[in-house]
Design a protein around this ligand. Structure first.
Ligand SMILES: NC(=O)c1ccc[n+]([C@@H]2O[C@H](COP(=O)([O-])OP(=O)(O)OC[C@H]3O[C@@H](n4cnc5c(N)ncnc54)[C@H](OP(=O)(O)O)[C@@H]3O)[C@@H](O)[C@H]2O)c1
Length: 304
């Protein structure tokens, strides 16, 4: 199904949002954008987007508005704050929040949208900067099924597969489970790289060995070389990975699931944030482990 000139609003032009909105423009949607820092809107305006003066203004101009925002507090302030999404909602309008948040945040936003007669869908995504640019995200939607059907052509422009997971909260939870697994895998991988190096092994050879065996995977393949070189271009900010570990652990508390591996991984991401790595790619969590080792060996030398 094509865009049929559908009007879509887009709020939040960060690493993911700008690429997703650009794909909508490329597929012929009429896109109206808003971002806290206006410079990014100007960039898309050159490619044919219109600019809204506030989230409410965008919602008033479009039948469906999509958001891709940093975290739960930002998702709530953009939806419910002054000049926010809810102010622009009238019966029949749709709001699709694709940010990674917890299910309570999603439900709070859903209630406020529905109270004004609008439809709500949460639709967090699996896939990072490159799939966002290529339009190959995996979309984990839940909420209004009729809005899912209406927005499906836009999802098809941004993703390779869209799941409808029923009630609001299921999409958020599925996304948190996926990112909890990814975050734990990344810390195990980082420890392995650090251990190999300390043990006098070639990290490059380790990558080759991993790639050939059953635990080879696209993430190790993509991130491994840049982790070894210490230059990790930011695709997924580490502060967001730590937010997802924190939210997944809270979900574990809520349902009584023990998560010792994720809890330990979360501590490493927290450490990385305290070392100033929050804006770096999440794979730079590796540096938290190697920096810690470097500091320990410095203090051992100082004590000797
Ligand atoms: N990057 C990935 O690989 C990836 C993959 C899947 C899911 N996600 C999730 O997708 C969401 C966006 O990720 P991203 O990587 O695009 O993040 P990002 O580059 O940090 O962008 C965050 C967006 O939120 C906006 N924002 C931040 N604080 C705000 C505030 N106080 N008020 C209004 N807007 C605010 C930013 O506006 P400014 O431009 O003004 O800062 C920007 O548009 C996050 O929930 C993340 O966990 C990311």
């Amino acid at each position: 199904m094509g865009s049929d000139g559908m009007d879509i609003g887009f709020l939040g032009l960060g690493i993911m949002g700008i690429a997703m909105a650009r794909n909508l423009l490329k597929k012929g949607f009429n896109v109206t954008v808003w971002n806290r820092s206006p410079g990014k809107c100007e960039e898309l305006a050159k490619e044919g987007a219109s600019i809204g003066s506030s989230p409410a203004d965008v919602v008033k101009k479009c039948s469906i508005t999509i958001a891709m925002l940093a975290d739960p507090s930002v998702a709530i302030s953009v939806a419910l704050g002054p000049g926010g999404v809810v102010e622009g909602i009238t019966p029949g309008k749709g709001y699709v929040d694709m940010s990674t948040v917890d299910s309570a945040t999603s439900s709070q936003i859903a209630k406020a949208i529905e109270a004004k007669g609008g439809d709500f869908l949460e639709a967090p995504v699996s896939g990072s900067k490159q799939p966002a640019e290529a339009g190959t995200l995996i979309i984990l939607a839940a909420g209004s099924e009729s809005l899912f059907a209406k927005v499906k052509p836009a999802f098809d422009a941004m993703g390779k597969k869209s799941f409808f997971l029923n009630d609001v909260g299921s999409g958020a939870k599925m996304k948190l489970v996926v990112n909890m697994i990814m975050g734990s895998m990344m810390t195990a991988f980082s420890e392995g790289l650090a251990l190999a190096d300390k043990a006098g092994l070639s990290q490059q050879t380790l990558l080759e060995v991993l790639e050939l065996g059953a635990i080879g995977n696209p993430m190790f393949k993509l991130k491994g070389p840049s982790m070894i070189s210490g230059k990790c271009p930011t695709a997924f900010p580490l502060k967001h990975q730590q937010k997802d570990m924190r939210l997944a652990l809270a979900l574990g508390d809520e349902v009584g699931q023990s998560m010792p591996v994720a809890a330990a991984a979360n501590e490493i991401y927290k450490k990385a944030r305290s070392l100033g790595l929050g804006e770096q790619d999440f794979s730079s969590v590796h540096q938290a482990l190697t920096q810690e080792a470097a500091n320990a060996s410095d203090s051992a030398k100082a004590a000797a």
